[in-house]
Every structure is written in C-alpha cells, then in structure tokens.
Design a protein around this ligand. Structure first.
Ligand code: AN7
Length: 373
C-alpha cells in the first residue's frame, strides 16, 4: 500500500490520541472531510465574510459521529468488550452499528420510537445492530443506557465516553491544517453538546492551550503536542427553539424539533459546553424549525451542498446573526455540517416541489423544459 493512502484519523493523529503502538485500530477511514468555501450564498445575501463548510456528511456513515466512534470502538475492543450500547437520535446508532460490525462485536442501540430519520434507521438495521425503539425520547434512552452499561457487559459509546470526544477533536486539527490557522469563528449545531466540547478540546490542543472542555483529563492536561495554530476561534452553538436548554439555561423535558438529530433536552456535556462557550467568548442562539428548513433548502439550491436539518441550523444561525452584526466584519467562519441530507429523505422530499409526471413523449417533456428554461 502507498504510504500516502489515508487510513483514518487515528493513524493520522496517533501522536495526539490516547492509543498505544500496539492498539488495534478499528477504522473505516473516517475523517479527512472536505472544507468547502461557500461561493454563492454570501454574494446573494451580501455577506462580507469568508465562509467554509466542513462537510462531515462525507464520513463513512454520513455523519461526524464516525470520528468519535472509531476511537470509542477501538478502545472498547482494546479493553476486551464484546458488545457496545448507545442511546441515539439516529446518527450515533448508525456509527455504532457500523463500527461494531467492522470490529466483529455486537451493538445495541436505543432510539426514540418514530423520531429517527429513515436513513439512520436503515443503517443501524443494515449493520446488524439490535435496534430497540423506546417509548420515550433520547434523554430517557441516555439515562437507561447508563444504567444498563453499569450492570451488564456492555461498553457505553455515547459521548459521555471520553474517547468519543478525543476522536471528534480531530476536526479542529483538519480545519487548522486546511486554513493554515484557526478560523475567527467556528459554528455548529448543539444537541447532547459533545461536539462543541470536542471542537474546543481540538482547537485548544492545536494552539497549545489548556481547556475546560475535556472529559478525559478534566482540564488538567499539560498538552505537549505539536502547536499548529496561533489562536483559537470563537465558538457559536445553535439549538432548535423547541430543544434549547442552553438558551433556557435549564434542562428541557419535552424537546421537539423537525431536526430530530438534535431533539435533546438534557445534554450530557452540559458543563463542558458551557466551558467552551465561556473560554472562547462565544454564544448560543436558537433557530425555529422554519428557519432550519429554509436554510437547508437554500444551501442545497444555492451551493449544491445537501446536509440534514440539524446541520443546516448553522446556516440558519448565520443568516440571523450576521444580519444582527454579531460576527465581526470580514471574518473567516467555519460551519460544521454534521450530517448528510440523505439521512433524512422524508424531510427533504416534503419541502421540495414534487416531480411532474407526463407521458413519455417528446412534446410533453419539451413543453415542461421550455417553461423552466
Ligand atoms: C447531524 O446521534 O446525539 O451536540 O444520538 O446527529 O454532539 O450531540 C446526534 C447529534 C448535530 C448534535 N448534528 O451533536 C445521536 C446524536 C447531527 C447530529 C448533532 C447530532 P452533539
């Protein structure tokens, strides 16, 4: 094999991850996702910022969860685990199922009945996970998997597992490498809040700084890795209005949003995410379902980037906060588009014009083309 063949983020960032020389890596070559500069939307909306999308939907299972899952499953297998378990709004279950399959171990996934996007459900089922739909929401599932994994031979792979954030922090390294330094702002959706915490760990390490967002070192790490950036970005987290505990400053018991991925009211990484917000001098903001779907459509139509609703909240947030001048003029902004639009075909189809049906004749088809040219 060519030495330059990319074999996943653990091999690439071995020196900055908690793995030993002898650790057997479970990988699907995740990471190394494209950083795509927006060309049309900023012109259309009159923005004077440079905006990039880190398209995490192009990971092996179609979401950013693969970054954390390669680490969590690698460490689970290293510890001798034969089964993993997680609660999920969908993407974590897809990643857990795929990496468990790769490792040859069992996976159990708890999902809220009827509230997971079709693509994600198909992935968990296809990879052979035991899929358990609960009559409850993600937060109920989260509580249950913590209980179950403490008494049964199950390795918990939700982001409360510190190895998940370790894998996920590598997104920051990739952004810094692509841009030559950290951006001014990094914007993302916030659900269970592991991702924003992981971004902060990654950016802090990249800049050779300590941070309060790590659940592995508890803020005590004296990071001695390679310093690759001169600064850390301001982090901005967007939440759906019906599932916005960080905006309410308290847990939300019955979260609701069309962006089912972030239909979470009791985020596990509550303290870590607040630390990321405070230390980065960032902020949380909320967007309505309508704003989220509008942004998803606009991004797909004007840039050719199809992300799922939860990911599109970043663009919805930009539309709102750039208008209010919350971003300093002339900034470089990176959005994490956490999951692929194909994950949730139902939502995509329901907000798009239905295809016309015509006879298979040149005339009928020609007439339609003329009308649309
Ligand atoms: C597309 O899959 O929690 O704030 O169980 O799937 O780190 O939770 C998914 C979360 C954003 C929020 N975008 O990230 C799960 C799950 C997408 C997501 C988030 C999720 P966190």
């Amino acid at each position: 094999m060519n030495d330059h063949h990319y074999t996943g983020l653990i091999e690439k960032y071995r020196d900055r991850l908690p793995v030993a020389e002898s650790t057997k890596v479970i990988s699907l070559n995740e990471g190394n996702t494209p950083l795509i500069e927006l060309r049309n939307l900023p012109v259309k909306l009159g923005w004077n910022h440079q905006i990039f999308c880190k398209f995490e939907g192009l990971n092996p299972t179609g979401s950013f969860k693969d970054r954390g899952m390669t680490m969590a499953v690698t460490k689970a297998v290293e510890s001798g685990a034969k089964a993993i378990i997680c609660a999920s709004t969908g993407n974590t279950s897809a990643a857990a199922a795929a990496y468990a399959a790769r490792a040859g171990i069992k996976s159990f996934v708890l999902i809220p009945e009827g509230k997971i996007a079709l693509g994600k459900l198909s992935q968990a089922m296809m990879h052979g996970a035991t899929v358990i739909q609960i009559r409850g929401n993600f937060d109920d599932g989260m509580r249950l998997v913590q209980e179950l994994s403490s008494t049964m031979p199950l390795n918990l792979v939700n982001s409360i597992n510190p190895y998940r954030l370790q894998g996920q922090k590598t997104i920051a390294f990739e952004v810094v490498e692509a841009l030559g330094d950290a951006p001014d702002y990094h914007v993302m959706p916030v659900g269970n809040a592991g991702n924003i915490s992981a971004h902060w760990i990654g950016y802090s390490e990249a800049a050779g700084r300590q941070c309060g967002s790590c659940n592995l070192c508890n803020g005590e790490c004296a990071f001695k890795g390679v310093v690759i950036s001169t600064k850390r970005p301001t982090l901005v987290g967007y939440q759906a209005s019906g599932a916005a505990p960080f905006l309410r400053n308290e847990m939300v018991d019955s979260p609701e949003t069309v962006a089912t991925a972030i239909r979470i009211g009791h985020p596990v990484s509550w303290d870590l995410a607040w630390a990321a917000q405070k230390e980065s001098a960032g902020w949380f903001e909320e967007c309505t379902d309508e704003e989220i779907l509008h942004a998803q459509k606009v991004l797909a139509e004007s840039e050719g980037i199809f992300c799922e609703p939860a990911s599109a909240i970043t663009v919805a947030g930009l539309i709102k906060d750039i208008e209010r001048n919350r971003y300093k003029s002339g900034s470089r902004i990176v959005c994490t588009l956490t999951g692929h639009g194909l994950k949730d075909p139902d939502t995509a189809i329901s907000q798009s014009e239905a295809p016309v049906v015509v006879e298979a004749t040149r005339d009928e088809i020609g007439a339609i083309i003329e009308r649309h040219l």
